[in-house]
Design a protein around this ligand. Structure first.
Ligand code: FES
Ligand SMILES: [Fe+2]
Length: 359
């Protein structure tokens, strides 16, 4: 596969953005699935939502499509391949509460750690069973009860999680309750990178989000680059929607409206006074992206809806502009632009990370 190497100048003042062929050429899409999403960490679920012992799922449906299982033994979560080590049958299709995993093809059985337990018809097989007859186990991270999984963990996200701990150590993670009514999934007719780059700058707020712009103090907007992540935050105009930051933490006394953390390539953790919202951006193809929007209000709080600045409204505004950019990027007359060094450090860093992984 011959593919033109893309590079983005380190110096934001002279650099140019990703060329439009990056968004349109299938080869770059496939390469980013392989080189960016395979080594990435993905949030699969929250421990409180896994009330079964066996929980099958597809890792990055429509792009990587890896069939996996989470097993839950007394709150110890493991991630196993959902493919039988005999001839490749898919083991589980539905969540259930069994204590073992039985293959419906020829009856091979595994325990919830993935170890092979029984195997009809294999008495005469030599050098069997070995480690490779157990189910493949994947690395998991349990962060504040959110379960992260990676197929080939190479993207280090500890710096981001540490930063969250240092600023939000006071945040009542234990009291978050998943709210399915305020959570949803959208399919967006746009490249996944366009959604992420829109998230990575507050530059568009006064133009795209007139309602939100009334609530926040845009001249306090900050962008902080972390290793494989970006933090953005802004102060609120009124005290009523500020985060209740506890004494001793950074930004105590400031009217912080929200902390917006992005984890490369596609996870967004947004901390508000009312709780946490998570956006997971899943590539479907180069023109289609799934946005999973998960709402975790703090107990006794509710995610605001139907106001001028509420997330449902802001999200719609973002999606409309991203769809418009997707159309524009296909123009024969457009190739690439330049960055605003004051406002687009996050976008520049994102583009640099993409190039680093693709090359
Ligand atoms: S494929 Fe599972 S036992 Fe044969
Ligand atoms: Fe926006």
């Amino acid at each position: 596969m011959s593919i033109k190497k893309i590079s983005i100048n380190k110096d934001i003042e002279t650099a140019k953005t990703l060329p439009s062929y990056y968004y349109q050429d299938e080869k770059y899409f496939d390469l980013s699935i392989n080189k960016i999403f395979k080594p990435s960490w993905q949030i699969i679920s929250n421990l409180k939502q896994i009330d079964n012992t066996i929980y099958p799922f597809i890792f990055l449906k429509d792009s990587i499509n890896e069939p996996l299982i989470l097993t839950n033994t007394n709150k110890k979560i493991r991630c196993l391949s959902n493919v039988c080590t005999h001839r490749g049958n898919i083991l589980c299709t539905k969540k259930n509460n069994k204590n073992s995993i039985v293959c419906k093809y020829h009856g091979r059985t595994f325990n919830l750690k993935g170890n092979i337990l029984s195997y009809p018809g294999f008495k005469k097989t030599k050098y069997f069973p070995t480690k490779s007859d157990d189910l493949v186990k994947l690395k998991t991270q349990n962060w504040k009860n959110f379960i992260f999984i990676s197929l080939q963990p190479k993207i280090d996200i500890t710096n981001i999680l540490d930063d969250i701990e240092s600023r939000l150590g006071w945040f009542p993670f234990k009291n978050l309750r998943y709210n399915s009514l305020d959570s949803c999934e959208y399919t967006l007719d746009a490249h996944w990178s366009l959604y992420c780059e829109n998230y990575l700058e507050g530059f568009h707020v006064p133009f795209v989000h007139k309602g939100l712009n009334k609530d926040i103090n845009l001249n306090t907007y900050k962008t902080i680059l972390l290793k494989n992540g970006v933090l953005q935050y802004t102060e609120s105009k009124s005290k009523k929607d500020k985060l209740n930051i506890k004494k001793g933490f950074t930004d105590y006394k400031k009217n912080i409206y929200a902390y917006y953390y992005w984890i490369f390539p596609n996870i967004m953790l947004n901390f508000y006074k009312w709780g946490l919202s998570i956006n997971i951006i899943e590539p479907i193809n180069k023109n289609k992206t799934r946005i999973k929007f998960l709402s975790y209000p703090i107990q006794d709080y509710k995610q605001p809806t139907n106001t001028e600045s509420s997330l449902d409204k802001v999200e719609k505004e973002d999606q409309n502009i991203v769809i418009n950019v997707q159309k524009g990027i296909k123009s024969k007359l457009y190739n690439r632009g330049k960055y605003s060094p004051e406002y687009e450090m996050g976008v520049h860093y994102f583009h640099r990370l993409i190039c680093k992984h693709l090359n």
